[in-house]
Ligand binder design. Structure first.
Ligand SMILES: [Zn+2]
Length: 220
């Protein structure tokens, strides 16, 4: 067999998939991760229903924009239409992480938005995480509902009675969106036990987000 295409991207995807499992954002075979293959209009996605510990880089499924499998011996994740729909609508997004983490999913079940109560949520996400109306997992209706809530610039969305989706320019970014949304949801629930929540003000959220986007060591 020929050496598979996109070996580096396959390795990165596998690493992120194993990270959502080891960090407890998913259990069993739930959740999925995908990566746009740069400039090709193609997507690599985790296979459907496979143990994260059993997955190899060559098990990642390569598809075109019409959901046609180009390489891979397993079926792609059932949420393929959702991932492809996002890549078509959002050219700046190159990676998507979908998890069923406990605290974010509690918000998704209560059908309440995760408020922006932490600076890191303002920095990494920059908005409340809203809830997309319920539709069956894997359905085109779910993809439609999610796309509507994500609009042109949202980076995270809750799926009613289901879980959380994080978007990013690359895999570490998409994973970080999920980790921060989960931590924010957890702290929001604990804080409510103590009393009412206080969200950050819109202008502070905006300036935190802007500073974060220009933060770090830039190579220029
Ligand atoms: Zn799911």
């Amino acid at each position: 067999m020929n050496r598979l295409q996109y070996q580096q991207e396959r390795n990165e995807l596998l690493q992120t998939a194993q990270e959502i499992f080891s960090s407890g954002l998913v259990s069993g075979t739930w959740g999925n991760v995908s990566l746009r293959v740069s400039g090709q209009g193609l997507m690599l996605i985790t296979p459907s229903g496979m143990d994260y510990n059993q997955m190899d880089a060559e098990d990642m499924v390569l598809l075109d924009g019409e959901e046609k499998v180009l390489a891979g011996k397993y079926k792609p994740s059932v949420e393929t239409p959702l991932h492809l729909g996002i890549y078509k609508k959002r050219p700046e997004i190159n990676a998507i992480v979908h998890v069923h983490s406990l605290y974010a999913t509690a918000f998704a079940v209560a059908r309440q938005n995760i408020p922006v109560i932490l600076e890191e949520a303002a920095q990494v996400i920059g908005h409340e995480v809203r809830v997309a109306p319920y539709a069956l997992c894997g359905s085109r209706q779910l993809a439609e509902n999610v796309l509507k809530v994500l609009g042109k610039d949202k980076r995270a969305v809750l799926l009613a009675n289901h879980g959380l989706l994080g978007l990013g320019g690359n895999l570490p970014e998409a994973l970080r969106v999920c980790l921060v949304a989960e931590r924010t949801a957890r702290i929001a629930i604990y804080s409510r036990i103590l009393g009412p929540l206080h969200s950050l003000r819109a202008e502070d959220i905006l300036s935190l987000r802007q500073v974060f986007e220009n933060y770090g060591q830039k190579k220029d």
